[in-house]
Design a protein. Structure first.
Length: 147
């Protein structure tokens, strides 16, 4: 029973997802914690290249419509969809050097939505990946000099 936007049946999709969770995180389904964050993408190869290029996250066993990125301590699933929405939860990614990560985002096809600025005790910027998914990169460093 796949949805209208899935490219394969739900049973196959969820079977792969369960296997990926066990392989990547070493967790069982009853751990009561977030084990995987999923990002919907329109081009799986481009998405894998983007996240590997920006953050160095390696894809484990990508298949035709799903890939799992090792972004320890959590896994990130990339799910191929015919239609990709831009709403939903925002993933916040920690980084020491925001300027370097911002340059990598742009270099790998992302779009900066909000420039580097103050955020609580640190700094952050907001970007959209090539499919328009909104992400935040945050650093505890108060300024570029580390102060």
């Amino acid at each position: 029973m796949g949805s209208t936007t899935d490219r394969r049946p739900a049973a196959t999709y969820f079977g792969w997802l369960c296997l990926a969770l066990l392989v990547i995180s070493g967790c069982s389904a009853d751990d009561n914690r977030v084990q995987l964050l999923e990002i919907q993408v329109s081009d799986l190869e481009r998405a894998v290249d983007f996240y590997q290029g920006v953050f160095g996250w390696k894809a484990s066993r990508p298949v035709s419509s799903y890939a799992v990125l090792d972004a320890k301590p959590v896994a990130i699933g990339l799910a191929l969809r015919d239609t990709v929405g831009t709403g939903g939860p925002v993933i916040v990614i920690a980084a020491q050097d925001l300027e370097v990560v911002l340059a990598l985002v742009v270099q790998n096809g992302g779009v900066v939505r909000e420039p580097i600025g103050p955020s609580g005790e640190g700094r952050q910027f907001t970007f959209a990946d090539p499919d328009g998914n909104r992400m935040v990169v945050w650093s505890a460093r108060a300024d570029a000099s580390g102060g």
